[in-house]
Design a protein around this ligand. Sequence first.
Ligand SMILES: Cc1ncc(C[n+]2csc(CCO)c2C)c(N)n1
Length: 222
Amino acid sequence: MGYCFSDLTAACQDDWRAYIEHDFVRALGDGTLDQGAFRHYLQQDYLFLIHFARAYALAAYKSRTLADLRQAHEGLRAILDVELGLHVDYCRDWGIAETDLAALPEARATLAYTRYVLDTGHRGDLLDLHVALAPCLVGYGEIAGWLKAQPFTVRGGANPYDAWIAMYESDDFQAAMGAELEWLDARLAEVTPRRFNELVEVFRYATRLEIDFWQMGLDRAD
Ligand SMILES: Cc1ncc(C[n+]2csc(CCO)c2C)c(N)n1
């Protein structure tokens, strides 16, 4: 007993590194990512965010305390009022109109990942759901930090993806990630070894689905 979040990443080290250091991420860092691949990723990420908002609504439904209910409400509000608006503006800069976003067909990788998270939340409890969401929330913060430390990363106007990196290294985002880590560490401190192993499986599947999401972008898969 007495687990914490880093025990989850340690238990799935190979998958976690494959996600954080994926070729898509490296190419974002050095600015060589194919722009069509990025556009495909952005389009599917719009659909991803909508389902992610639904997952926060599910977190509200699964809450047993007012504090957890408020946290879920804040997550839902942040996506609807901030993230999706930023995403639509950002897509416009990349030549994707909001009307196009609304009509997008969902790629299989988007479908698999988002429905896995929702199903995990439905069949499990609030901790299962948060663990399924963690590769998304914590992973992107870690990716921004990892890119910052890599010698190949190009920053500023010379990298067309600089704004994307900046978004996830921002103080606001890093603070949201820190709050999530605190919540997870407090819950994981109390779970049994058997329960921890169940949560590792949830975390591993969600991490693999993040890898597939990057790969979908690179392959422009539908
Ligand atoms: C496939 C995919 N995975 C993770 C994120 C990152 N992300 C999405 S919503 C959110 C938190 C919202 O409050 C974060 C960090 C993404 N955009 N796309």
